[in-house]
Design a protein around this ligand. Structure first.
Ligand code: SAM
Ligand code: DTB
Ligand code: SF4
Length: 330
């Protein structure tokens, strides 16, 4: 039987019509931020509960597999060779050390292991040992994630063949603020790598940093950019700037913690089915502030005492927070 499109729309909405995603204008995202705090958090919590178990949090453990000496000038980063941050540059870690860390992360209860390298992007000879790390970490029964910078043609496919589950590549800030934070690559470069990752069938992890002196409009614009991607990232890390002495952004005025919660809530509402990760900056947050972030729809975190080069709350503090809030690990 054939139906006219009018009949189909009245009686049986076409699946594409009911699942079509909203395109978010920056003004609409800003309007979310402008709401009274409790209205915004309530709305975010409703969206969260419609798509996720509101009491379950995914946990990823990070390891810096290649630290420091990066050619890029990202104004927040301890690992840029351009700033005097006192960080010691290190070679790629031996695989045995990586696996030892991955085993420890699994034993503590992480479900994903994320390996980060301070590269503009990997050379082909850099990629080989990383592929081996991905294969071996996966064998431990962990999901795998790497963040290696910009990828060249064919590299995403090699990572996919090694069994990589997620590639982290943040767009970091609003397109209009990007040039004030980073000048050695463009947001379009980042989007091109994200396209390559998607094209290879790897899940995308992409988010940004707030607390860099950007405006609320810029925070809304960052979220709109992420939410309007052809497919939004499966995982959206929201980092609160960890100020690193020696970097241009050391000394940026701290963000009002409630504004950080608003950013999480707006991310949850604009990307209802993505995992929103409460990322860098937790060490400087109270337990109560983190609880507000979970209430606003954050359902993922970095777990373990180190991020890449800075401290994160220890597993004991997080285990206690989970117990006090009745949270479970995904
Ligand atoms: N070099 C690769 C890249 O840029 O994608 C991978 C490592 S880089 C450190 C990964 C992400 O960490 C950055 O995109 C940024 O969002 C976040 N990050 C770096 N330094 C930070 C800081 N001081 N505070 C908060 N987030 C930070
Ligand atoms: C992400 O969005 N945040 C993580 C991970 N992805 C690679 C890194 C945070 C780094 C914080 C500063 C540091 O430890 O160097
Ligand atoms: Fe290099 Fe990544 Fe740090 Fe930028 S964020 S300086 S690309 S390690």
């Amino acid at each position: 039987m054939t139906m006219t499109s009018t009949a189909a729309a009245t009686c049986h909405p076409h699946p594409a019509a009911s699942t079509a995603r909203k395109r978010w204008s920056v003004a609409e995202v800003e309007a979310l931020f402008e709401q009274p705090f409790f209205d915004l958090v309530f709305q975010a919590q409703q969206v969260h509960r419609a798509h996720f178990d509101a009491n379950a949090i995914q946990r990823s453990t990070l390891l810096s597999i290649k630290t420091g000496g990066c050619s890029e000038d990202c104004g927040y980063c301890s690992q840029s060779a351009r700033y005097n941050t006192g960080l010691e540059r290190e070679q790629l870690l031996p695989i045995a050390e990586v696996l030892e860390n991955a085993r420890a992360a699994k034993a503590k209860g992480a479900s994903r292991f994320c390996m980060g390298a301070a590269w503009r992007g990997p050379k082909d000879k850099d990629l080989e040992p990383v592929l081996e790390m991905v294969r071996e970490v996966k064998k431990l029964g962990l999901q795998t994630c790497v963040t290696l910078g910009m990828l060249k043609e064919g590299q995403a496919e090699q990572l996919a063949d090694a069994g990589l589950d997620y590639y982290n590549h943040n767009i970091d800030t609003a397109p209009e603020f990007y040039g004030q934070v980073i000048t050695t690559h463009t947001m379009q470069d980042r989007l091109n790598t994200i396209d390559k990752v998607r094209g290879a069938g790897i899940n995308v992890c992409s988010g940004g940093i707030v607390g860099m002196g950007e405006s609320r409009a810029a925070r809304a614009s960052l979220l709109a950019q992420l939410a309007n991607m052809p497919t939004p990232p499966e995982s959206v890390p929201i980092n609160n700037l960890v100020q690193i002495p020696g970097t241009p952004l050391a000394g940026a005025g701290a963000l009002d913690p409630f504004e950080f919660v608003r950013t999480i809530a707006a991310a949850r509402i604009t990307m209802p089915t993505s995992y929103v990760r409460l990322s860098a900056g937790r060490q400087q947050m109270s337990d109560e502030l983190q609880a507000l972030c979970f209430m606003a729809g954050a359902n993922s975190m970095f777990y373990g005492e180190r991020l890449l080069t800075t401290d994160n709350p220890g597993a004991d503090r997080d285990d206690s927070l989970f117990a006090r809030l009745g949270l479970s690990a995904i």
